[in-house]
Structures are given as C-alpha cells and as structure tokens.
Design a protein around this ligand. Structure first.
Ligand code: NAD
Ligand code: UDP
Length: 321
C-alpha cells in the first residue's frame, strides 16, 4: 500500500517537530516545511536523511509548490510566543492570513485534508470560564496581541469558508498552553522563562501579581489530541488542552520546588491584554475523540526540566531578546 503523504508547516518548531516524529512513527511520508523565523534546525536534525522525511525551506506566505500527491496538511507555522509575535507582528499576521490562504489553495488543488493550529487566544481575555468552543471570545483587535489573536481568528474564518464553499476537508484545533522538550529557552513563554531563570540562578519574574491563571498541557497529550482530530470527521473547532488550572504565582512556587533554586520571585508589569484566566473545557474532545490528557504537570515538568538541563552553557546564556 502507498504511504500517506503529509505536509507539516512549522516543522522546525516545538509542536511541528513533535508532529513530524509522530507521523513518521505512524508510517507516513512527511514533508516538513519551515523558514526558521522562530524555529531551530536542531529540532529536526534527527529526521534528516530518513527515507520517509523530506525538508523544504520555504516561507509559506509565498506561493507553495509541491510535486505529486498529498493526503494531509498540518499548518503549524506561526510565531507562537508573545515576545515573538510582538517582535515580528507583520510576519505573524501574514503567516496566519496569507500562509493559510496558500495552504488552503494547495489543499484544494491536491484534494488534501487540512488541519490548522488555532489557539485559546481566539477567546482573548475570556469572560466565559472555562472556555467552551461556542464562546466567541473577547479580543482587543488593535492591542499588541491582536496581531496574533486576529490572525488566528481570520485563519479559522478562511478555513471554514474553504470548507463550506469549496468542500475542502478541514479540521481546527484550538490549542491551549502546551509545553515540553524543544521549547525555545528564550522564547519568553512562562515555562522556558522560569526554568531558564532557575538554571542561570536568576530570580523568577512574575508578570502582574501572579493571580492570572493558565492550564498547561504536556506535549505528548497535545500531539495525541491533534492526531485523533485529524483522523476524525469533525470540521468545527475543538479545544485540546489540559484543564488543570493554576495561578502563575503558584506555578512559580512549584518551579522553585522542582528546580531546587534558592532564588526568589520578583514582580514586573503585566503585559498589555494579558488574559487573566484560561482553562479549556474539553467535553467535546472527550466525546468526539475519546481523548483526555494523561500526563500530570509534575511529571511533564520533570521531563521538561531534564531537557533544559541538557542544553549547553552557550544555549542557556544565549539571549535574543
Ligand atoms: P514555534 O515558534 O516553536 O514553531 C513555529 C514554527 O513556524 C517555527 O519553526 C517557525 O520558524 C515556523 N514559521 C513561522 N512563520 C513561518 C513562515 N511564514 N513560513 C514557514 N515557517 C514559518 O511555535 P509552537 O509552539 O511550535 O507553535 C506551533 C503552532 O501551534 C503555531 O501555529 C501556534 O500558533 C500554535 N499554538 C501553539 C501553542 C503552544 O502552547 N505551543 C498554543 C496555541 C497555539
Ligand atoms: N509570565 C510571567 N513571567 C514570565 C513569562 C510569562 O509571569 O517570565 C506570565 C504571562 O504574563 C502570562 C503567563 O505567564 O500571564 C503565561 O505566559 P505565556 O507567555 O507562557 O503564554 P500566554 O500568555 O500566551 O498564555
């Protein structure tokens, strides 16, 4: 039987590289695509040379040409951390809008099924808690985070339009904060930030008073949810995340225990439009996909800490921001 072929954009990033691993292990032929704007070649080095993996360096906001048939597309290319998308706002808007448009065009031409990586950020600073898929969200279109949130909202809209108008098979995953090995140490997200600070012997920086909440999902659970959603027949958005919610201050205390650091907590200004609460309602994913997260935070954080500990001194002290 011919292998199924899948295109994964954002392949050199955190989630994209784990998706490449998963689909390769399931026997797919994987084409990874990335322009390295926030990704790292190191994340896919172990795949280069495999007979069922191919890498294409390309910016998906430009026309995409692929030879031969294609069964699936996973569109994961996009800056994903607040400091990344604040630093490269136009590219963030373009990859969500123009990049998604190009990939939908490719899906149409190849009759491929396409799954897009949406986000809990489409709910903005949510007034409904926990967030269910039928909540329309509370986003400041013109705030600094708007470039990401609105790109993702547009991405969902154009995906549904291609589904309804052109009959393309589409899937939409709304990903809630996910963590694990291969996150970039200096991407500014709270887990690499706290672990990096602990490893360098710096104080842990809490933004605001730390009463804002997040719910952290381990990467293996997230990948399993995405895998099941792709193979399902459901075309509307599905939340995938871990409902175990914690305040950022309590989370910082957990990190102090985990790492054994002697450092203290220091407080900095809360970034503009930083959501005050976030917790996925995963009733739909449970019912539809028979999916729920399995990895407890202490367990996932231990693995993640081990990964960050294995980085070189140079990587640990390298700072782009
Ligand atoms: P990441 O920054 O590690 O990976 C994104 C990858 O996309 C990078 O390798 C980057 O170089 C690539 N990329 C960006 N623009 C591109 C372009 N124009 N052309 C080609 N490649 C491009 O981020 P991540 O955490 O792996 O996130 C992956 C996807 O999942 C993103 O779409 C993000 O919005 C979504 N998401 C992630 C989370 C999370 O918690 N990790 C939460 C919600 C949504
Ligand atoms: N945060 C923090 N200190 C840091 C980095 C982040 O207190 O050094 C906070 C941030 O303000 C937010 C939460 O941690 O309330 C999660 O931030 P992250 O950037 O990881 O993700 P997002 O805000 O996109 O959920």
């Amino acid at each position: 039987m011919q292998r199924k072929k899948i295109l994964i954009t954002g392949a050199a990033g955190f989630l994209g590289s784990h998706l490449c691993d998963r689909f390769i292990s399931e026997g797919y032929y994987v084409v990874g695509m990335d322009n390295f704007i926030t990704g790292d070649k190191k994340n896919i080095e172990h795949l280069l040379g495999l007979e069922n993996f191919e890498f294409v360096a390309h910016d998906v906001t430009n026309f995409i040409e692929l030879r031969g048939g294609l069964d699936y597309i996973l569109h994961f290319a996009s800056p994903a951390s607040p400091i990344d998308y604040l630093k490269i706002p136009i590219q963030t808007l373009k990859v969500g809008a123009l990049g998604t448009h190009n990939l939908l065009g490719l899906a149409k031409a190849k009759k491929a099924r396409m799954l897009i990586a949406s986000t809990s950020e489409v709910y903005g600073n949510p007034l409904v808690h926990p967030q269910t898929e039928d909540y329309y969200g509370n986003v400041n279109t013109i705030g600094p985070r708007g470039v990401y949130d609105e790109a993702k909202r547009f991405q969902e809209s154009i995906t549904m339009a291609y589904h309804r108008f052109h009959g393309i098979e589409t899937r939409i995953v709304r990903i809630f904060n996910t963590y694990g090995p291969r996150m970039r140490l200096n991407d500014g997200r709270v887990i690499p930030a706290f672990l990096g600070q602990a490893l360098r012997g710096e104080d842990l920086t809490i933004f605001g008073d730390g009463s804002q909440t997040r719910s952290f999902c381990y990467v293996d659970d997230q990948i399993e949810g995405i895998y099941r959603l792709l193979l399902s027949d459901y075309s509307e958005p599905v939340n995938i995340g871990n409902p175990n919610e914690i305040t950022i201050k309590d989370f910082a205390e957990e990190i102090i225990k985990l790492t054994g650091t002697k450092q203290k907590l220091i407080y900095k200004d809360l970034p503009v439009n930083d959501p005050m609460q976030r917790q996925p309602d995963i009733t739909l994913a449970k019912k539809l996909l028979g999916w729920e997260p399995k990895v407890e935070r202490f367990e996932g954080m231990k693995i993640t800490f081990e990964y960050f500990k294995s980085l070189t001194e140079e990587e640990l002290y390298k700072s782009e921001h």
